[in-house]
Design a protein around this ligand. Structure first.
Ligand code: ICS
Length: 518
């Protein structure tokens, strides 16, 4: 069983490493509260799946936003490898700016490392301004910037003054946190400080919402947007798939924040509630059942009978299509085994899609999530704050007496009294089967042992794992970029995913793989 596998994995490690890794592997019991070691530094020498803090800040959170110039201060490689490989899509309106197809970099050279790069950064900002006339520019620090001490914030202030547009910097040097998770937090802080609340424009809809933590990979956000539109909900802003900085600036005019990826964006949800009184709850639009549940929860929040009826109508109509495909695919894939090791929320969300097909998830884990994403938010007060976390600024946010929405706070209190849950993420572990193996920050050695042990029919991870796993004769589905596929969100996305699983699980080609070491 799983405990034997865990022993075998740990036996290979030096004693100290084994002790560390033992805490990151939990044999799951959904009815017990179990602690997992998460958001802890990777042991040097281990091949981790993780990315860096700059990746989380520039690549993940700000990267999908199209009307800002995201200028990377650093060596060209940092920009090149963040250049649309995440497959985040956007749809600019006619005549509107869209800068995400570009890679902006100061292209630091040895000379700048030795003598400082601030002058080059200023020139780059002026050049970007003269060429593109953006309304805002973000500056992203890569590792050398922190090492040589360039002050990107001072440069931002100076250039903001000179050019008269919004310019702000991020101290998101790659090494600043233990993973990209630190970069999410830094990005959340920066957007909140420099953008949110800048534009108090008039309401345009009766029911206004923000969708937080949806990045439009493979067009996921488009699927969700069209549902909202049909239901009569005005989507002010998505953080940050198919988004604009312009919309972030008035996103505080929303009546509700729905959080899709808890890990990357819970900070903004919390800060917006503190300052403006906008309640938030967790949603999930991956999986047909989860989508239905999330839509119902939204309709219940607004309590408009017309919206409630519309939601039911949409669910009934879409479920017919979804069920037809699921019923055709399920017999072909039912009982197969899957495992998924992805980022900070998809390893949880995608289990729903597999469950809908009768595929069993035997092992799963996040790369960089925190204990609350595994065990639920009730453990938040018990999470030890270590030096790596303390490194990241925790903004102190206070109530905005003028803009605070007392009406929403009252609405929330009333709903809560009826058992409606806000801020209620319960994490991945309670949703996983008993004795499944939960692993944080899995590495290549552990991946190989997992494959040998479980012989899974499907492995879900990313590009760094893909070809190693496939050489074992196991198909790998990238749950970061979706390979070339998607969207997989909402009802239409569920259908796409079922078909993809039918294609990948139904072929015998993987049995023909002759590994070089056999
Ligand atoms: Fe959130 Mo890859 Fe998201 Fe998640 Fe996050 Fe990343 Fe991607 Fe992955 C992400 S924001 S880039 S849902 S869109 S950093 S797939 S935690 S690792 S699972």
């Amino acid at each position: 069983d799983a405990s034997q596998l865990k022993e075998e994995i740990l036996a290979k490690y030096p004693r100290k490493v084994a002790k560390k890794r033992a805490k990151a592997m939990v044999i799951n019991d959904p009815n017990e509260s179990q602690e997992i070691g998460a958001n802890i530094r990777t042991v040097p020498g281990i091949i981790t799946q993780r990315g860096c803090t700059y990746a989380g800040c520039k690549g993940v959170v700000l990267g999908p936003t199209r009307d800002i110039i995201n200028l990377v201060h650093g060596p060209i490689g940092c920009s090149f490898y963040a250049w649309l490989t995440r497959r985040n899509q956007t749809r600019a309106l006619e005549g509107d700016p869209n800068f995400i197809t570009y890679a902006f970099s100061t292209d630091m050279q040895d000379e700048n490392i030795v003598f400082g790069g601030e002058a080059k950064l200023k020139d780059a900002i002026r050049e970007a301004f003269d060429t593109f006339h953006p309304s805002s520019i973000g500056i992203f620090s890569t590792c050398p910037v922190g090492l040589i001490g360039d002050d990107v914030h001072a440069v931002a202030r100076e250039m903001k003054e000179e050019l008269g547009i919004n310019i702000f910097g991020f101290s998101c040097e790659g090494y600043r946190g233990v993973s990209q998770s630190a970069g999410h937090h830094i990005a959340n802080n920066g957007i909140f400080k420099h953008v949110v609340g800048n534009d108090d424009r008039e309401r345009t809809g009766k029911y206004q919402v923000n969708l937080l933590g949806e990045y439009n990979i493979g067009g996921d956000a488009f699927e969700i947007e069209s549902l909202f539109e049909e239901i009569g909900v005005t989507l002010i802003s998505t953080y940050s798939g198919n988004s604009t900085v312009e919309s972030f600036a008035y996103s505080h005019t929303a009546d509700l924040n729905m959080v899709m990826c808890h890990r990357s964006i819970n900070y903004i949800a919390e800060m917006m509630e503190e300052k403006y009184g906008i309640p938030w709850f967790k949603v999930n639009f991956i999986g047909a059942e989860s989508t239905a549940k999330s839509l119902r929860k939204m309709a219940e929040y607004f309590g408009d009978p017309e919206m409630i009826a519309k939601v039911e109508e949409v669910i009934a109509r879409e479920m017919l299509k979804v069920k037809a495909v699921a019923e055709a695919v399920k017999p072909k894939v039912e009982g197969k085994l899957a495992m998924m090791f992805v980022g900070g929320s998809r390893a949880h969300h995608y289990q729903d899609l597999f469950t809908e097909l009768g595929v069993r998830v035997v092992s799963a884990g996040y790369e960089f999530a925190h204990r609350d994403d595994y065990e639920g938010r009730e453990v938040l007060p018990n999470i030890k704050i270590d030096a790596d976390t303390r490194n990241i600024e925790d903004l102190v946010v206070t109530k905005d007496e003028e803009k605070y929405r007392d009406d929403l706070a009252e609405k929330k209190a009333k709903l809560e009294a009826d058992g409606y849950e806000f801020k209620d993420y319960k994490g991945m572990m309670p949703d996983m089967q008993k004795n499944s193996l939960v692993i944080d920050d899995v590495n290549h050695w552990e991946t190989e042992k997992l494959i040998e042990f479980y012989k899974p029919d499907m492995f879900c991870a990313g590009i760094k794992e893909k070809y190693v796993v496939q050489k074992y004769g196991v198909p790998l589905k990238q749950l970061h970029s979706y390979d070339y596929g998607g969207p997989y969100a909402a009802f239409g996305g569920a259908i796409n995913f079922y078909k993809e699983m039918e294609r990948m699980l139904g072929t015998d080609i993987w049995k023909l793989v002759d590994t070089p070491w056999k």
